[in-house]
Design a protein around this ligand. Structure first.
Ligand code: GTP
Ligand code: MG
Length: 137
């Protein structure tokens, strides 16, 4: 068993998709071990996506991720990181497989409904960014 970190992004929250996405996460066999409703500051988003800071869409990405509340959560499952990337689907929803969260709920490559950590190391860093030990069950 191990863990990954996810965010339901502002576009999906705005559209009322929190319940639908959490349902797909549960149906996918993930256990929610930490969860909160919060909003990223500009500084938070810049730090969280620092790896993309030289990309042309960085400003747009930070603007998007800070424009409204998000749901942040730590998820537990065997092979959590890879299995969750499979469940969310490709970054661009036009390329996302049938049955994935992005296929169902994402509207564009920028506004793509959910985040999923890309490695065990980043899952740990991203989880610790949002949650204290006593908030993880
Ligand atoms: P995350 O789970 O959010 O990290 O997405 P990802 O791992 O599937 O994609 P990646 O880490 O490469 O990009 C991070 C985020 O930047 C994406 O989820 C998008 O929100 C955004 N992004 C990526 N490519 C583009 C792009 O070409 N244009 C815009 N506007 N945003 C992009
Ligand atoms: Mg990524």
């Amino acid at each position: 068993t191990n863990r990954t970190f996810t965010m339901i992004k502002p576009d999906a929250v705005e559209k009322g998709y929190i319940g639908g996405i959490l349902n797909m996460i549960n149906e996918g066999g993930f256990k929610i071990v930490a969860m909160k409703y919060t909003q990223l500051s500009k500084r938070d988003a810049e730090a969280f996506y620092a790896i993309h800071k030289e990309r042309p869409f960085f400003g747009e990405l930070v603007e998007f991720m800070t424009r409204g509340p998000i749901v942040a959560a730590i998820l537990e499952k065997e092979n959590a990181v890879a299995d969750f990337r499979t469940l969310i689907g490709a970054t661009n929803p036009a390329e996302a497989a049938e049955g994935t969260i992005r296929k169902k709920y994402a509207s564009s490559i920028g506004e793509n409904a959910v985040h999923g950590s890309d490695s065990d190391e980043n899952a740990a860093i991203e989880g610790a960014f949002h949650f204290a030990g006593r908030e993880i069950f």
